[in-house]
Write a protein that binds this ligand. Structure first.
Ligand SMILES: [Zn+2]
Length: 460
């Protein structure tokens, strides 16, 4: 099967030029001006930007949490991702107490296989740092799981103490793995939550008020120190607060290999959402919570200055109707998470490019290229070049898109970005050479997505 995309305006993290792209089966074979050959399928990209498919390295499809399960599975979630211009996701398998990493990986393969319609990888969540568990990390690496997530939050569930995190960092440094950290001080947050509940403070906004930015800053700084001592690279997930960004900047200024992602919700929304009437604040209950508005522009600056390298989503949807409602009388029981896998690319294009914060190239860098590089998928993914997978997005910069629960493909009954209008429109999406989205139509099929065996971390 040969496909030619004609007259596109190709944008990568470094390039900006007009050319045709010849795809043969899964792979980009030739890029050149006015290619003379013919193909089975021709796509006219006149007036369109041709971008590498988006890579979202932080999703939670079909994830158990607090007695319920995130409402998108690997089919609906990856389909929504595709509509949003994302062609690769990295989700999280969860090693839970008393179970091995292999069991976790097998469980998550079972969730994704036969369902995912774009390519996917897994990080491994490590909730025990015993020597037996840590010995499994190398076996995970052999299977293409090269990054491991640990928590300084959620005591009793995911939290591992500092000694355990330090040992995992040492191991990761030895074998070329990357440790990703959810950095909030869970023990202190637990005290604040108990105090609030004892005072009868049960509304959704107390979720945010009991997880102050100082505790994200403190935990971020702490794990940065541990990573420096362990001589291991470190990745901070869903960074939301200025205090945490300051810690990352200080470490990077000293030459430490510290990387961090932020998410669209922290760039577009803010604390005032928790003050919405009734129980609506529950829509935005996620960890870390939305911050006050002063943090937002700092995060945009962090992306621009390359102190933050990645925008992911932490997509973890729960319906208001029968899931978020579990915390009606106790904010601590509201399932943590919100949808976003479909809106990421358009929001960041709008906020970055249309609002002149940074260039098209840098937009591609933070939404595709750096995620691919940091997580061992480059250059198979994350760029447009001969030999790379033909994961491509045809984006019309002259149109616009309005976002809302009605238009969305995510399986959830609200959209945190309801009513937001973004510049540009995703028109055609290819995954390994196959058109899977054409305007409003889904042409892919359930289960076509392939597991990506990722390689070891390279220092960037
Ligand atoms: Zn997450």
């Amino acid at each position: 099967m040969k496909t030619i995309i004609r007259n596109g305006h190709i944008i990568t993290a470094v390039d900006n030029y007009h050319a045709d792209i010849l795809i043969e089966d899964d792979i980009i074979q030739i890029i050149g001006a006015h290619l003379p050959m013919t193909a089975d399928k021709e796509i006219d990209a006149t007036g369109m930007l041709v971008l590498p498919g988006g890579i979202d390295v932080h999703t939670h499809f079909d994830m158990p949490f607090g007695g319920t399960t995130s409402s998108d599975d690997f089919f609906t979630g990856t389909q929504a991702a595709a509509f949003g211009g994302t062609t690769t996701i990295v989700d999280f398998a969860i090693q839970s107490k008393g179970h091995s990493m292999q069991e976790a990986l097998d469980t998550w393969f079972g969730k994704a296989e036969g369902k995912a319609c774009i390519d996917y990888g897994f990080h491994m969540i490590v909730s025990e740092a015993s020597s037996e568990r840590l010995a499994e990390m190398a076996r995970m690496m052999d299977q293409g799981v090269t990054s491991f997530k640990m928590f300084t939050a959620y005591p009793g569930v995911f939290m591992v103490d500092d000694g355990g995190i330090f040992q995992a960092l040492q191991k990761a440094g030895d074998i070329g793995a990357l440790i990703a950290i959810h950095a909030e001080n869970g023990s202190v947050i637990d005290v604040l939550v108990q105090e609030a509940l004892a005072q009868g403070k049960i509304a959704p906004k107390y979720h945010a008020l009991t997880r102050p930015p100082e505790l994200e800053g403190e935990a971020t700084h702490r794990v940065i120190v541990l990573a420096a001592l362990a001589q291991a690279p470190l990745y901070i997930v869903h960074l939301s607060a200025q205090e945490a960004l300051d810690a990352v900047i200080a470490a990077r200024d000293h030459g430490q290999s510290v990387y961090a992602e932020t998410c669209p919700q922290y760039l577009f929304l803010s604390y005032d959402r928790y003050e919405e009437p009734g129980f609506d604040g529950a829509k935005y209950v996620m960890s870390p919570p939305l911050r006050t508005i002063k943090h937002r522009e700092r995060l945009w600056q962090g992306l621009k200055s390359n102190d933050l390298q990645v925008v992911s989503t932490d997509h973890c949807p729960f319906c208001m109707k029968d899931q978020k409602i579990l915390g009606r009388d106790n904010f601590a029981k509201i399932p943590n998470g919100a949808p976003g896998v479909e809106t990421r690319m358009s929001l960041i294009y709008d906020g970055a490019v249309s609002h002149n914060r940074f260039s098209l190239n840098h937009f591609v860098e933070v939404t595709s290229t750096m995620p691919a590089k940091l997580f061992g998928m480059f250059p198979q993914k994350g760029t447009i070049q001969v030999g790379s997978d033909a994961d491509l997005v045809l984006f019309d910069p002259n149109m616009s898109t309005e976002w809302g629960v009605k238009q969305a493909h995510m399986r959830v009954d609200y959209n945190p970005f309801e009513g937001i209008k973004t510049a540009g429109s995703i028109r055609v999406v290819l995954s390994r050479g196959e058109v899977i989205v054409d305007h409003d139509q889904f042409l892919g099929h359930k289960g076509r997505g392939q597991f990506i065996k990722r390689h070891a971390v390279q220092n960037l």
